[in-house]
Design a protein around this ligand. Sequence first.
Ligand SMILES: [Ca+2]
Length: 565
Amino acid sequence: MQGRPAWSNIVNPYFGLTAATLFATLTASAAPNLVPNGSFEEADAKGAISGWSGDAVGMTTVSFARDAEVKRSGAASARITIAADANPSWPAYVFTLAVQPGQCYNVDAWIRTREAARVAYVATDFLDAQGQRVTFASSGTVSGSTDDWKPVSVVAQIPVGAVSMAVRLILYGSGTAWFDDVTVVRAEAFEAAMAKLRQPLPAEWVTRGTTSVGDLSRLQRLFQAAAKGGRYTFGVIGGSITAGGCASSVDTRYAAYVFTWLKEHFPAAEWTLVNAGIGATGTNYGCLRVQRDLLAKAPDLVVTEYAVNDGNDQESAETYEGLLRQVLASAKQPPVLMLFMMNQAGGNAQEWQSKLGRHYGLPMLSYRDLLWPEIEAKRLTWADISPDSVHPHDVGHGYAGKLLNTLLDQALASVPTAAVPAPASALPAPLLTAVYQSTNLFEADDLKPVANTGWTFDAGSGWDKGWKATVPGTVVEFEVSGEQLFVSYWRIHGPMGRAQITIDNERGSIQEAWFDQTWGGYRHMIRLAMGGPGKHRVRLELLPEKHAESPGTEFRLLCLGTAGK
Ligand SMILES: [Ca+2]
């Protein structure tokens, strides 16, 4: 057993959602549990758990036992104990069942831990006829010492090539973990929804979901080149939907549908996917980071997804225009497809964003217009496509991916025999402004204060590195150049305070780092006019005032950005 990734790569730090809520609404409660001894009540003649085997994966410091003292239900649970070990592996209680590709299972279990140095969790390994692992899926994890049982779940979609699924109750690292009440249930309603997705989208849906076909010449030029082979990069940039929420795997995200389409239609070419999605961020951060996160990889084709995270207003459209201009003018002059997702109310920012798409002749696809009429007509429910208020699960991602692919089909069918000329080197005049085409991003570790009376750099977990203050009255100052300033700071339901931001000792703005929602923290970003081009001094002072419900006064500056000259 090898090759399980680091946990920080699985638990997305940018949004607080887990797979636990996935498909809850699609699971028939009457479906039978396919694990015969999931409560570990039955023991064999030697007292070991019937039907399950302990897989030590070569470790000598692991022990397995049926525990009659600690149990969530009935008379016993399954216990794994690992003595201190510097090189842990993934020992597990294992139950294997026969499966078929295309099936979907909800796997649920309860875990308790005591002094678990790393993590306990449940994984499903999908095995081929030779017993080799094709791929796997993992639940959330439990660590340390818990007071009570914690539920975990895995959505197991059986991939092509798998003939069996091994349900593994894993303790990784030293300590003790108990497992009880393991259930494995077929999610047949979900399977039916995914089967329907394998059919072509109805023509009427595609028509209304295609906001604009746009100018296909950049796509046609790419297709002419890719037909001859070579290396190409497909990039997506956007918020948490692009980052993957709430798809159950990398392969079921909307970007994967497009990626698969490209590989199938241009087998002579070598394709790479760059996913530049970051949850809870809009085009304000997007226009600052697009160079670093996407254009540095020289993409040949780009999809942008910001219709949920951006406001439907001119301020957001201005930064979106800056992002689009940077992509369109980048080295490969890539085609750009704009994707408009939606929230649970059928809302999005496509009214303002489509003005940009029309101005630049971009293909635009609307998931909202594809599916919202079905929801309004009650032929589809929101729960059929999403487990929360925004993020699509696999079915929703599938619809978005397939909608994008209908546009690619259309472009491919219309590729002319003569070579399509390169786009004009100069972009059209801006619709709103070109200020955000020229940006600079200074993440916390790039920021060098020119004055500081008590703010400290905190490397955090990397993604939340910042300049932090907790003592009211402390001041930090930075020197920047440009016409517009972006300030990003961490907002969370925690001990957070307020800071006053001034530019050149004017234009004071008070920012609140306390967040009333409990789903997690996010990178809040504001934009402030700096009063003209050139150099400016930005000053942050931690204030003594705070929100009444906040237990502290912390402020965490994540980055500064500038736009314009
Ligand atoms: Ca039990």
